[in-house]
Design a protein around this ligand. Sequence first.
Ligand SMILES: NC(=O)c1ccc[n+]([C@@H]2O[C@H](COP(=O)([O-])OP(=O)(O)OC[C@H]3O[C@@H](n4cnc5c(N)ncnc54)[C@H](OP(=O)(O)O)[C@@H]3O)[C@@H](O)[C@H]2O)c1
Length: 254
Amino acid sequence: MAGRLDGTVALVTGASSGIGEATALALAAEGAAVAVAARRKDRLEALAQKIEGDGGRAFVRETDVTDEGSAAAAVDATVEELGRLDVVINNAGLMLLGPIVGADTAEWTRMVELNVLGLMYVTAAALPHLLRAAEDGPRQVSDLVNVSSVAGRVARSGSGAYNATKWAVNAFSEALRQEVTERHLRVTLVEPGAVSTELAGHNRPEVLSSLRSSLGDIQRMEADDIADAITYVVTRPRHVALNEVLIRPTQQVR
Ligand SMILES: NC(=O)c1ccc[n+]([C@@H]2O[C@H](COP(=O)([O-])OP(=O)(O)OC[C@H]3O[C@@H](n4cnc5c(N)ncnc54)[C@H](OP(=O)(O)O)[C@@H]3O)[C@@H](O)[C@H]2O)c1
């Protein structure tokens, strides 16, 4: 059966786990050749094997997107290896929660470097290729999907620095959307609520327990639910652009 992304190339950052891994699989299932980037190469290789075992094409690129050279090299290597670039999923991210008062500012630095600057470095390197793909691609349109969060829309006590990084992603994305949308490069913000992944596990134990009690015993979304939304975004007809997708577990109130 023909895939809706046949003939296209996608790059997914943070593809070694969670939403990125699920999205790489989903885009490959639609026929995209997929470059998977993150730091854990063993996880990327296992993912690439799965994609190839299912009949798809994958390219593994060990990447630290906080290093501008590494981010740009991942984009260049994708184009060199797979021939073009039609879809970029800026997904790599880190959520270190806790009060602003008394915070360890090293945690802020890590989040700003990854969630904001890493995403911006990948975007800068990818833009010329995405703009070209919108002109000469099989679909005559290209996609940049930035994975933000409900935390980019709703600020919450105990989440200030993470909120600030995702707010930055939202502002950067909307400004870029206005710059490039007339050239058929669609820029989409995807803003998930609670998803069951490794993300929260990087927090200190006291932060984890307050996160659990604030969300309560609701059923979280799965990474596949977000991959499904991203696949929907990048398979719209050329004249339709989803600018923003806010997606929560049904029982998540804020
Ligand atoms: N889970 C949720 O509830 C939720 C809700 C809203 C938004 N989000 C957003 O969704 C995105 C994905 O998160 P997730 O939930 O799937 O969590 P995850 O499983 O922890 O995935 C994070 C990914 O980012 C990668 N990464 C971390 N540092 C990196 C670096 N320096 N360079 C390249 N890649 C790096 C990790 O791979 P390596 O460690 O191998 O590098 C991993 O693949 C994040 O932007 C997050 O903010 C998640």
